[in-house]
Write a protein that binds this ligand. Structure first.
Ligand SMILES: Cc1cc2nc3c(=O)[nH]c(=O)nc-3n(C[C@H](O)[C@H](O)[C@H](O)COP(=O)(O)OP(=O)(O)OC[C@H]3O[C@@H](n4cnc5c(N)ncnc54)[C@H](O)[C@@H]3O)c2cc1C
Ligand SMILES: Cc1cc2nc3c(=O)[nH]c(=O)nc-3n(C[C@H](O)[C@H](O)[C@H](O)COP(=O)(O)O)c2cc1C
Length: 775
């Protein structure tokens, strides 16, 4: 077998080693344009988990690497004169140059031919006689670019500027230095990788870069300027340059990795932002995956297909974590005013891999600090023994919630003529005694023709008012939960079938006339709504006000205006559904006019000591729809009009939207709105554990966390969460024996969890560590 590897970076060299070790008869040549010892960059980072893998695949190179690395356990965050240290991370740093020399040595010993100072031309005509061509030619891959039409790369050039430098400054932790200057904030991502050498990747946003005049400074002048910025942190040590130009990070993804017998690997096929230290790791793990594919399959074609198929998910997961991480660094201005404890917690948990519970286990003092910080923001909280954020109360106007967990609004489609019945009493009652601080009703419609389906609840007549009063009385009489009435009008999504008979599909018969911002049907075969005129707006505002007045009499603690998910009010906000040319269409200000008019009218009719929220779809998940920036402007407009909380959902405006689902996928929108529009937010969507809820709250990404489907599956979600954290929350006396049971279960679950986490952290790679701190 003849194999050509284009590029002698860590990915290419490691693949050559693995293959040659397995198939000594294979003829393997690595073609590299640079000289053997001619390399850019300073250190590279590997986690404990990656080192485990290296050991399994090639013990020889593993030993060589671990004899030459610096090892640390802590991540340190230096922000505004504070220092936070979080242990249990298990990473090593190694010089890129040393790594390459070790891999070259290993490759040579195995019999791989290394051909340096050879520039490979991307047409690859010189490689016709090879069975396999591995394009490991890095981030600017000429091979990928020459065959763009086939590989289909997408390059997203991120706005922040960064430069890769080094220093002689010793460090005993992966350290983030944040330095506030009159120009803006500079960030240094730093770690030691060999005695007397550390990596300093310095990053800043484009506005700070321009204000500091860095566009006019060359490499050396930039280094001297940054030495001034980080003078305290460098403690007299210089910054060292080596092709340390200012760059913008390209997030690269390629649709295809394989063309005939040519395969992309490492940075050539896709990148991951340096803030998660995964570039070299990804390249070497690609090499392992490609090698595994050859071991498992009989032919080159089968092996390449298996590599592309089996490896993609893991790469995309890492890239997603890297994306989330880089976005955090791009939006530093959102967090710069936070309490340093919250700032540090937000940094640690930015890419979702590290959570509140995880940190509690390995950095209990840090989490205790974060709990105290959170408690300090809550009037009357116990500062001596602060509860986890999820169990802290929230005060909104005259209403106090016992905790931050919310049952999200969920239609039951079980009413007749809008009248709640036994189903609703049992459903809401069960969730109220289940321990959540706040309970939302399903979308309750302000008129018969405002309903989504014939099964939706309403609040336009006395019988409905009496039925809701009974539910509210039960909630207040048997639990400490508060209950919020969600009022809405279905707009063009009205006259639809019950969820289980066809979500958003039009009724076959018995429908009613629909209105919307513009006469656009939801589906092509849905009813065409009438464009709402001013008289119609007046009528609907009056219906909202009447339902609000009834809601106040029922005793609801809070009121939400439903302006999300493509219903009537949302149809005005989104440019996808609002095509009007009058004062209610066009600019965002115009599109806000009707929603704000409804809001002001019901706010006036709602008791002033009771809070109100508005639910919005913060993005339409559609390129012509609402963007995250629009939603910040919408939240600001509602905040100015007196909203107490923005309930941040997304999408469902148009069947053409393309949501990107994932764990906690809507939380970034709640985060952006909270920290940019300066208004309290509630997040929702694929949040499934109390751990995630605490992580979101402690990081300041939202003020309340709503769970929908998890509460359908488990009405007592919060009682179990309380047992898990050993927190005493209110329970009805009838259920007290169950509390002991929940506690017993939680103690066992916790013990299992802790054993698992400790077992997963061997730290045995630390054997090669030199005494960094002593230097
Ligand atoms: C300036 C810079 C500094 C970096 N420093 C660090 C660091 O300190 N730590 C870290 O973890 N990561 C660093 N990275 C990222 C890291 O280098 C990559 O994520 C990782 O090296 C990817 O490995 P790779 O094998 O895919 O590609 P690379 O390491 O980029 O290797 C590709 C190789 O292919 C060669 N090549 C390219 N085209 C041709 C051609 N046509 N013919 C012959 N040879 C060719 C290149 O010379 C290069 O040696 C840095 C990246 C850049 C751009
Ligand atoms: C059966 C069902 C009915 C829903 N009805 C409503 C509703 O009436 N009003 C509303 O704003 N959202 C409604 N939603 C959306 C939820 O409030 C929530 O935003 C969504 O389910 C995502 O959260 P989850 O992942 O925790 O379920 C409904 C969701 C479900 C599953």
């Amino acid at each position: 077998m003849r194999i050509a590897v284009i590029g002698g970076g860590p990915g290419g060299l490691y693949f050559a080693c693995l293959m040659k070790q397995w198939r000594p008869s294979a003829e393997i040549t690595v073609f590299e344009r640079n000289k053997a010892d001619d390399t850019f960059g300073f250190g590279v980072v590997f986690s404990d988990a990656t080192l485990d893998i290296f050991e399994r695949y090639d013990a020889e190179s593993y030993r060589a690497i671990t004899d030459h690395f610096a090892y640390w356990d802590d991540i340190q965050i230096n922000f505004r004169d504070t220092v936070h240290r979080v242990g249990g991370n298990g990473f090593c740093g190694c010089s890129r140059q040393t790594l390459l020399i070790l891999l070259q040595r290993r490759a040579r010993a195995l019999g791989v031919t290394l051909q340096f100072e050879t520039e490979v031309e991307p047409d690859l005509s010189a490689f016709a006689g090879y069975d396999l061509v591995v394009a490991a030619d890095g981030i600017n891959s000429r091979i990928r670019e020459a065959h763009r039409d086939h590989f289909q790369p997408e390059v997203d050039l991120r706005p922040n500027k960064f430069t890769w430098m080094g220093s002689t400054r010793p460090l005993d932790a992966f350290t983030f230095f944040f330095r506030e200057t009159p120009h803006g904030i500079f960030i240094a991502h730093t770690y030691q990788y060999e005695p007397g050498r550390s990596t300093w990747v310095i990053e800043t946003d484009p506005a700070t870069f321009a204000r500091a005049g860095l566009d006019k400074l060359d490499e050396e002048a930039s280094a001297r300027f940054l030495e001034g910025i980080f003078a305290e942190e460098l403690a007299g040590h210089p910054l060292i340059t080596n092709r340390s130009l200012w760059r913008q990070f390209p997030m690269i993804r390629t649709r295809r990795w394989v063309k005939d017998n040519v395969v992309l690997m490492g940075d050539a096929k896709g990148t991951a932002h340096f803030s998660i230290g995964a570039g070299t790791k990804l390249a070497m793990e690609d090499a392992i995956a490609l090698f595994d594919a050859f071991r498992a399959k009989g032919s080159v074609a089968e092996a390449l297909a298996a590599y592309e198929n089996d490896r993609r998910e893991e790469v995309e997961r890492t890239q997603h974590a890297a994306d989330v991480s880089l976005v955090w660094f791009e939006h530093l201005d959102r967090f710069a005013d936070m309490d340093p404890r919250q700032f540090a917690f937000g940094l640690m948990t930015r890419s979702k891999a590290i959570t509140y519970d995880n940190l509690r286990l390995r950095a209990p003092d840090f989490v205790a600090d974060v709990d105290r910080m959170f408690a300090e923001t809550v009037a009357g909280a116990d500062l001596a023994a602060p509860r986890p954020p999820l169990f802290q109360p929230l005060h909104l106007r005259g209403m106090t919630l016992d905790n931050r967990a919310v049952v999200s609004p969920m239609c039951m489609y079980s009413a007749v003529d809008g009248l709640p019945n036994d189903w609703h009493t049992v459903h809401y009652g069960a969730r109220a005694v289940g321990g959540a601080g706040l309970l939302y009703t399903e979308m309750t419609c302000v008129a018969p023709d405002a309903r989504i389906t014939p099964g939706c609840t309403g609040l336009w007549n006395d019988a409905q008012e009496a039925a809701w009063t009974r539910i509210v009385d039960f909630v207040h009489g048997h639990s400490r939960a508060k209950i919020c009435l969600q009022l809405g009008h279905a707009g063009r999504k009205g006259a639809s079938r019950l969820m289980w008979e066809g979500m958003d599909r039009p009724l076959a018969e018995g429908g009613w006339p629909l209105v919307s911002a513009s006469p656009l049907p939801y589906y092509p075969d849905s009813q065409v709504p009438t464009e709402l005129d001013e008289a119609g707006m007046e009528r609907i505002i009056a219906e909202f006000v009447a339902a609000t007045t009834r809601g106040a009499r029922c005793g609801f603690d809070m009121l939400e205006m439903h302006a999300a998910h493509g219903y009537l009010i949302a149809s005005f906000l989104s440019p996808l559904t609002n095509k009007r040319t009058d004062a209610y269409g066009g600019s965002l200000d115009n599109r806000l006019r009707f929603p704000l008019a409804v809001f002001r009218a019901i706010r006036d009719a709602w008791p002033s000591d009771r809070p109100m929220s508005v639910r919005i779809s913060a993005t339409d998940w559609h390129e012509d729809g609402l963007t995250a920036d629009d939603s910040i402007a919408i939240a600001r407009a509602f905040a100015k009009a007196g909203i107490d909380l923005v309930d941040v959902s997304t999408g469902q405006t148009s069947p053409a939207s393309r949501p990107v689902y994932g764990r906690m996928f809507q939380t970034p929108f709640a985060d952006a709105i909270r920290n940019e529009a300066d208004v309290l937010t509630m997040c929702v969507g694929n949040i499934t554990s109390a751990d995630q809820m605490n992580t979101i709250l402690a990081a300041g990404r939202a003020d309340l966390v709503a769970l929908g489907r998890p509460h359908l599956a488990d009405p007592s979600f919060m009682l179990k969460a309380a047992a898990w954290y050993g927190i005493d929350i209110h329970q009805p006396p009838q259920y007290l024996p169950g509390k002991d049971q929940a506690l017993r279960n939680a103690v066992k679950d916790r013990a299992d969890f802790e054993a698992l986490k400790v077992a997963a952290k061997p730290k045995r790679h630390a054997k090669g560590t030199f005494d960094q701190a002593a230097e």
